[in-house]
Ligand binder design. Structure first.
Ligand code: GUN
Length: 291
């Protein structure tokens, strides 16, 4: 029988740990995270709202800057520069994806390194590559590693396959899994990979971050594997009020019976991304307060 990894429960205990830590810190001001959202993409609206709600629960203040879809790179840069210079802002998060006319690379690189709680800048990714423990690690991969650890999934010497090569998940995930102390043997696959099924079927840990429903089917999964589903895909549904429901990248019903452990969607990786953002924000705050 497989075990469903409960990301909500793990995230909740991390929130409680952070809340307790903050309650014990007696600084002149609480932590502050600034969110930048460009446009009204419904998924981004909902993610940023969730991040703000959780921050408040823990005792982190937040600011939300909503920019028009047509904002120029210069205007966006000016806002980032303002937040970089603001002594009362510890952390900056620019919700991705950005509209096509903006450069995500230039935008992420503009964030001051000590406020880069998303870990998407070249400096943060470079430090992660160097295994520098001061690096802010991208929240979704950091959350997945935390889930693996807290669920007792062995990584040392194991074969991990990462599906997807994005800056947000795939690349930092691969770096985290191969780093000393985690010690997995990592393969990264993507849309051009040949022999995908055979490669995936060798994985002890299979991480799907593709953004397409039913990408991972039962024939791609080894018996006893741990499957981590990063996908959050909206599919039409007549059974919900919203008219859609969320599904992952994994064909859960057919894959789960083959697994030792598997994450559900929703309630798996998603809440962990938020928990890690809170953890990074508290870390940034403590550094700014001289701890
Ligand atoms: N879009 C999807 N995941 C993320 C994330 O972790 N951070 C930001 N900023 N945008 C995202």
């Amino acid at each position: 029988m497989y075990e469903t990894i409960d990301g909500n429960a793990v995230a909740k205990s991390i929130h409680a740990e952070l809340g307790a830590e903050l309650a014990n810190l007696k600084f002149s001001r609480p932590p502050c995270v600034a969110f930048i959202r460009v446009g009204e993409d419904p998924a981004s609206v909902s993610y940023v709202k969730k991040k703000g709600r959780v921050a408040e629960e823990i005792g982190i203040t937040s600011r939300l800057h909503v920019l028009n879809e047509s904002v120029s790179q210069d205007e966006l840069n000016a806002l980032i520069d303002n937040l970089n210079a603001d002594e009362n802002v510890d952390a900056i998060l620019i919700q991705a994806p950005l509209p096509k006319h903006l450069s995500e690379r230039d935008t992420f690189n503009r964030v001051r390194p000590d406020k880069d709680v998303d870990g998407f800048s070249s400096g943060s990714l470079g430090m992660l590559c160097q295994e520098d423990s001061r690096a802010f690690v991208a929240c979704t991969p950091a959350g997945i590693l935390e889930l693996l650890k807290r669920s007792g999934v062995a990584t040392s010497g194991k074969r991990a396959v990462v599906l997807g090569r994005s800056i947000i998940v795939g690349k930092p995930m691969a770096l985290l899994l191969m780093k000393k102390g985690v010690d997995a043997s990592v393969t990264v696959c993507h849309s051009r990979s040949e022999g995908l099924k055979e490669i995936c079927a060798q994985a002890d840990i299979l991480i799907a971050a593709v953004g397409r429903p039913n990408t991972v089917t039962a024939d791609m999964v080894k018996d006893g594997a741990c499957v981590i589903d990063v996908g959050i895909n909206r599919v039409e549904s007549s059974e919900t009020k919203t008219g859609y429901r969320l599904v992952g990248d994994v064909d859960f019903a057919n894959v789960a019976p083959k697994c030792s452990k598997i994450t559900p969607v929703p309630g798996g990786v998603g809440p962990m991304t938020v928990a890690m953002l809170m953890k990074n924000t508290v870390a940034a705050y403590k550094r700014h307060m001289g701890v």
